[in-house]
Design a protein around this ligand. Structure first.
Ligand SMILES: NC(=O)c1ccc[n+]([C@@H]2O[C@H](COP(=O)([O-])OP(=O)(O)OC[C@H]3O[C@@H](n4cnc5c(N)ncnc54)[C@H](O)[C@@H]3O)[C@@H](O)[C@H]2O)c1
Length: 431
């Protein structure tokens, strides 16, 4: 699939050299530099642009500070990674498809279902590969669960109980202080955080989701819950020693314990050190009191989903857990399965034998970095595909749109007191 005759290396451009575009994908691609070449980057943040120009050994002419110039320059690579923020994906993806780029598009495809469907249609019309970063499908952990379900060891699936434990610190970082705090600027939390979960559920079950209903709210991170005497920034706060959401404790003290602080410290400041973090927190959004932000996304939400063949799912997303991880319980007619994404342990109980089969999924891979290893495997598979080698790519746009439909229908339900929404009808209304 290399575009030009004589090309020996896959060329990759990155739009948005932030946490995902650069720290996750770009930095990994640099480790594959005998196979692929980063040929261009674009970001409106001039500090990041200069930093990654140097890091990726690029000429100034290959670094763009706005998308107008970037797209005007024509097609600069075989593959474009789009890792800008949620509401920009549509505009950037449509322009990139016009230039015939293959795309690695960050999730969510778009916060608008209409836009998701339009990107899908255009990708099919232009015959371009558009892979959505539903990275969990590429992990050894979920691939093993899928293998067990498909092998019918559990019989037929009757019910799945899934939990997304967001992590109290992750909620504060991303969904109270950070990029995804306000649904008007990005996406509702159920889409931003749980399109991974609905994607996994659709994939694992392998049937159509029919109806969804949902409840949830922003119950805690609000002005009225601010402790008496608290200040608007943690650095000035006289009561921060009693607050688990204290930014100084989390970022500065946290970074002191690490040899090389990565995410989420590097979201606050590039090349983070405790000193740089302390300075940044005086003015950065990440130094704000969690009870004094412009956030509106929920801190807990539940979904009930009815699938074909009477299969039911109960999914919970909740901010208030110590760690950030997912758990899954699959109930089948011949056995059950309990999976814990924190320990990477999968336990299977076949009813007939009464055994307990314990699988340690850490032994199935030697890379557990970035979404249990999924970030890198997804890129490896995509590179294989574009280089014309066999590839196990699971997250095409056609498969991914359905996960977004379930999330957006759930949000519609939540906003209407849990009313049951038909996914089919919801899609028709938005097509
Ligand atoms: N697949 C996953 O599991 C996963 C995890 C986290 C985030 N994401 C998604 O990845 C995307 C990026 O998130 P992030 O955490 O890297 O955010 P980020 O803020 O770190 O990076 C976004 C980058 O885009 C740049 N940018 C903004 N507007 C731009 C424009 N008009 N032109 C060029 N550059 C522009 C910003 O300056 C920034 O560097 C989001 O859509 C997010 O929802 C996906």
């Amino acid at each position: 699939m290399l575009e030009e005759k004589g090309d020996i290396m896959l060329k990759i451009a990155i739009l948005g050299v932030g946490s995902r575009g650069a720290t996750t994908y770009g930095d990994y691609l640099m480790t594959l530099k005998d196979k692929v070449k980063i040929t261009a980057i674009c970001d409106i943040d001039l500090n990041k642009l200069a930093y990654y120009q140097k890091k990726y050994h690029l000429d100034a002419s290959s670094c763009f500070s706005n998308t107008t110039d970037f797209f005007k320059a024509g097609k600069l690579a075989d593959l474009l990674i789009i890792a800008t923020l949620d509401q920009q994906h549509y505009e950037h993806a449509m322009q990139a498809l016009d230039l015939d780029y293959h795309l690695l598009l960050e999730k969510p495809i778009s916060p608008s279902i209409e836009e998701c469907i339009e990107i899908e249609k255009k990708a099919l019309k232009k015959k371009r590969v558009v892979v959505i970063c539903h990275v969990l499908r590429y992990t050894a952990f979920y691939r093993k669960i899928k293998e067990i379900i498909d092998s019918k060891q559990l019989g037929d699936i009757v019910n799945i109980n899934s939990v997304e434990n967001v992590g109290y610190w992750h909620q504060a970082h991303s969904f109270v202080r950070g990029n995804w705090r306000n649904s008007k600027e990005t996406a509702p939390m159920i889409l931003a955080k749980c399109c991974h979960d609905t994607d996994l559920l659709n994939w694992l079950i392998g049937k159509k989701p029919l109806y969804v209903s949902s409840y949830g709210s922003l119950s805690y991170f609000k002005k009225e819950n601010a402790p008496k005497g608290s200040a608007s920034r943690c650095i000035d706060c006289p009561v921060r020693s009693q607050c688990p959401y204290d930014a100084i404790q989390y970022y500065v003290e946290g970074a002191k314990k690490l040899k090389q602080p990565g995410w989420p410290y590097d979201v606050v400041v590039l090349d983070p050190t405790p000193e740089k973090l302390l300075e940044a927190l005086k003015t950065s959004p990440y130094g704000r009191c969690v009870f004094n932000c412009d956030n509106d996304v929920v801190d807990h939400q539940v979904l009930n989903i009815q699938y074909e063949d009477q299969i039911t799912v109960a999914h919970t997303m909740c901010a208030f857990s110590k760690e950030c991880y997912r758990t899954l319980r699959v109930y089948g007619t011949m056995g059950d399965l309990i999976a814990n994404g924190l320990t990477n342990e999968i336990i299977v109980h076949p009813f007939k034998t009464g055994e307990e089969i314990v699988i340690d999924a850490t032994k199935l891979t030697n890379d557990l970095s970035g979404h249990l290893g999924g970030d890198h495997v997804m890129l490896d598979e995509l590179i294989n595909l574009l280089e014309g080698h066999p590839a196990n790519l699971d997250s095409s746009i056609e498969k991914s749109v359905m996960s977004h439909l379930v999330c957006m229908a759930a949000e519609e339900s939540r906003l209407h007191q849990g009313q049951s929404i038909s996914i089919e009808e919801f899609k028709k209304q938005h097509s």
